[in-house]
Design a binder for this molecule. Structure first.
Ligand SMILES: *Cc1c(COP(=O)(O)O)cnc(C)c1O
Length: 382
């Protein structure tokens, strides 16, 4: 089985060399636009490409305003600040995620509150959240959601669209509304993914994208906040040192951040974004081939949830058990085909073992079984 998987992956990429999990591809105007930026001397935090990139991402995702920053983690940090997450607050999130989601919470001196994921979305479970809140929380006279035990404020909910598969947004939004939680979407992996026809990242107060080198398109390093006009204005201010516009004076009205995406990176982003529709087509083609390949195997390919259109950023399978997972990881990696298990649960990391948490049985079940498979955009013509 694993031999035929290795052969299948090699056929897709047409190579006997090492096959990475996800490599960027530069087949468009990347060189042209980056060189143009150098020639212009506007390589840093001000320039035409960074403004253009924001407009183009806003248009692609259908949000009123997009604000470019230097990486997805910075975008998450700024988003939580803009959601008024204060020191000591709790922010609901999932333990099955990349550590950046939780780091951003910690940067605010807030703490994560972990609830379980759903097996079919791999993302935060609305019913698990509702169950935890019903048992452990109440709304006070000021409309704050507080824990019963210590009266700690639960300010926001930060779900993550795992591998590009959208969480159950309708149900999650109604739980957040009932419990007065601000919804922030970690859409770092889901550029090009839609829930009921609308782009992910546009449902909460703020959505966050990443353009790290391993994402569906890259700016080298980069991130974006997706939001409404008013919050977008605040976001731009906060991420550009909170400077009050003035022809020549330097006055700042709060402690801001130097998080602006450099124009040089945005130039790369503009060139990559032109190819995004092609990348998305390629990824869907590859995903359908994987699904077909695993049709009669006892490995379950991870497929987009009902009502969703995923970008299939990373393909994955769910193994029977940990023994089969480990055998798959060893056979493929030994054969020069890179595969990886899912992240170690956040609740196992030493700095989060004592965090508040509900039952995490689905997250643990998935942690033992998920393997990600090579998912780079296919070679041209393949
Ligand atoms: C990539 C990623 C981020 C942000 O990463 P950066 O490298 O800081 O751009 C955040 N959350 C998730 C789930 C990610 O996959």
């Amino acid at each position: 089985m694993f031999d035929s998987l290795v052969r299948f992956v090699r056929e897709q990429y047409g190579t006997n060399e090492y096959i990475p999990l996800h490599a960027p591809v530069f087949r468009g105007r990347e060189r042209e636009l980056v060189l143009d930026t150098i020639d212009s001397t506007f390589v840093s935090s001000v320039g035409a490409y960074v403004d253009q990139f924001e407009k183009d991402i806003a248009a692609f995702t259908g949000v009123p305003r997009a604000v470019a920053v230097m990486n997805g983690t910075a975008a998450l940090h700024a988003a939580l600040k803009l959601a008024e997450v204060k020191p000591g607050d709790l922010v609901v999130t999932q333990s099955l995620t990349f550590v950046a989601t939780c780091n951003a919470i910690s940067y605010c001196n807030a703490e994560p509150l972990f609830v379980d994921v759903d097996r079919h979305t791999l993302g935060l479970s609305p019913s698990a959240l509702e169950a935890w809140l019903d048992e452990h929380a109440f709304i006070d006279d000021h409309g704050n959601c507080l824990t019963l035990a210590e009266h700690r404020r639960i300010r926001a909910c930060l779900p993550m669209h795992t591998f590009g598969h959208p969480v159950d947004l309708d149900a999650l939004i109604s739980v957040c509304d009932r419990w007065h939680l601000v919804l922030i979407e970690d859409a770092a992996e889901s550029l090009g993914s839609y829930y009921k026809g609308r782009h992910t990242g546009g449902f909460g107060k703020i959505g966050v994208l990443s353009f790290n080198g391993n994402k569906i398109m890259t700016t080298g390093g980069g991130g974006m906040l997706l939001t409404d006009e008013q919050t977008g204005k605040r976001a731009k201010h906060l991420t550009t040192t909170a400077k009050i516009p003035h022809p020549y004076e330097f006055v700042h009205d709060e402690v801001g951040y130097n998080y602006r995406m450099p124009n040089l990176n945005a130039a790369l982003g503009c060139a990559q974004l032109e190819q995004l529709p092609t990348f998305l087509d390629s990824k869907r083609t590859l995903a359908m081939r994987y699904i077909q390949f695993f049709k009669n195997a006892d490995l379950q390919p991870i497929v987009e949830p009902d009502g969703c259109h995923s970008n299939y950023w990373l393909n994955g399978v769910i193994c029977r058990d940990k023994v089969q997972r480990d055998a798959l990881l060893k056979a493929t990696n030994d054969a020069g085909v890179m595969t990886r298990p899912v992240w170690t649960l956040m609740t196992r990391l030493p700095f989060y073992t004592h965090a508040l948490q509900g039952p995490l049985s689905n997250a643990k079940w998935l942690e033992d079984r998920v393997v990600n498979l090579p998912s780079s955009v296919l070679p041209a013509g393949a």
